[in-house]
Design a protein around this ligand. Structure first.
Ligand code: PMP
Ligand code: GLU
Length: 395
């Protein structure tokens, strides 16, 4: 069996791998607290689920829809984006996709010729690097000189004449940092000057905490917006990871290319999921705020507990998304493990707490913990991690 050579460089998703392992452990009766995969623990709000059920019952979900999504969904997305950012797209600039994950993959497929580069700030979500490779491109990791946010100087150090795009994820998975308006403007103008497309992954834009300010790329000058493709979806804001609906909002030429790609690659996202997404975008947004408040309370509870663990260091408290990303180098050293990966494996085997090694995000000294879990589980997990570090420590 021949497998394409490019696959040799592509790793399976680390986030999904850890969560699969924990699901198996749970099924075998282990007492596991899974803080690995990033997905809300809430079920989809009833009004959204009911819209899908109605579309199945009345038969409208039985059929193909236009590949780029139902017209009503594309309109609902355009209205939703306009309400949130003040920038209005035409519905034909919107393409609905099978999750934001395929939105990103479709964009890379649309814009990259063999060997073209994409700037990916570190830390960055696990799939960016691998998707660029799958699309025949070259990931160009960008390290920040300071903290988790990159600057124009950091980008200048890596950019080449082959660079086509920059992925800008704010609020960021895994660190939870949010770029300020000023930082985005500097980067946006830099990208326009270099004719580099900005891929703004704003899937966590509703999950912002403790009064932090959030600016969308679409709130900047038109020259920047016209050089930007927005990626988002329903997974995180509406507790809909299983439904698989994401979207892009883009300049017409890119939206058309994307529509062609989805017409061949996936066809339309499941029709019932699209009806649910219409309800999500057009319905009462109270449940979004309720879930946001729950995440905020969890962050405020678990952050100090993790910060108190010997050898866990944070670069400030996260402002958004639902992850914590401590540097654990000192804890790994004190506990005598050879690497963060080994520390993470032993943590899972000994205590049942699953986290993701930072290597998956390009930062091997770190671990990622999702706090999209119940408060009791989070407090218990922090207790178990603390005991694990203390028990294994040679202090
Ligand atoms: N972007 C980021 C930063 C993410 O964390 C995720 C997580 N799933 C996605 C995109 C993709 O989301 P989905 O495919 O569920 O819409
Ligand atoms: N984006 C989530 C995470 O980072 C979901 C899993 C995935 O698709 O990678 O855990």
């Amino acid at each position: 069996m021949h497998i394409a050579k490019k696959l040799a460089q592509v790793n399976p998703s680390a986030t999904l791998a850890v969560s699969q392992k924990t699901a198996q452990m749970k099924a075998a009766g282990a007492d596991v607290i899974d803080l690995s995969v990033g997905q809300p623990d809430f079920t989809t709000p009833d009004d959204i689920a009911n819209a899908a059920i109605a579309s199945i019952k009345d038969g409208s979900a039985s059929f193909y829809t236009p590949a780029a999504g139902l017209p009503a969904l594309r309109r609902a997305i355009a209205d939703h984006v306009a309400k949130k950012t003040g920038y209005r797209y035409e519905p034909n600039q919107i393409v609905a996709t099978d999750g934001a994950k395929f939105a990103l993959y479709g964009i890379f497929t649309a814009i990259l010729d063999e060997g073209d580069g994409v700037l990916i700030p570190l830390p960055g979500w696990v799939s960016y690097v691998e998707q660029v490779r799958l699309a025949g491109g070259v990931p160009q990791a960008v390290k920040s000189q300071k903290g988790f946010k990159v600057t124009v100087d950091d980008l200048d150090a890596v950019v080449t004449s082959k660079t086509r795009a920059l992925v800008l994820n704010s609020p960021q998975n895994p660190s939870g940092v949010i770029y300020t308006k000023q930082e985005l403007t500097l980067i946006g103008n830099w990208a326009v000057r270099h004719n580099i497309l900005i891929i703004a992954d704003e899937i966590y834009s509703d999950l912002v905490y403790n009064g932090a300010n959030y600016t969308s790329m679409l709130q900047l000058d038109h020259s920047i917006v016209e050089n930007t493709v927005l990626v988002s979806g329903v997974s995180k804001s509406y507790a809909m990871t299983g439904w698989r609906v994401g979207f892009i909002a883009a300049p017409k030429k890119l939206a058309q290319a994307m529509a062609t790609i989805v017409s061949h690659a996936t066809g339309n996202p499941a029709a019932a999921s699209q009806y649910a997404a219409i309800a999500a975008f057009t319905g009462d947004q109270a449940s979004v705020e309720k879930m946001r408040q729950a995440f905020e309370e969890r962050l405020n509870t678990v952050y100090p507990l993790l910060k108190a663990i010997p050898g866990f260091e944070f670069d400030g408290k996260p402002d958004g998304a639902f992850y914590l990303f401590p540097n654990v180098r000192a804890a790994v050293k004190a506990t005598g493990f050879e690497s963060t990966d080994k520390f993470v494996t032993a943590l899972l085997d000994d205590t049942g707490v699953a986290v993701v090694p930072g290597r998956a995000f390009g930062m091997p000294d770190y671990i990622r913990l999702s706090y999209a879990k119940g408060l009791d589980d989070l407090v218990e997990a922090a207790k178990r991690i603390n005991s694990f570090v203390t028990a294994n420590g040679n202090a």
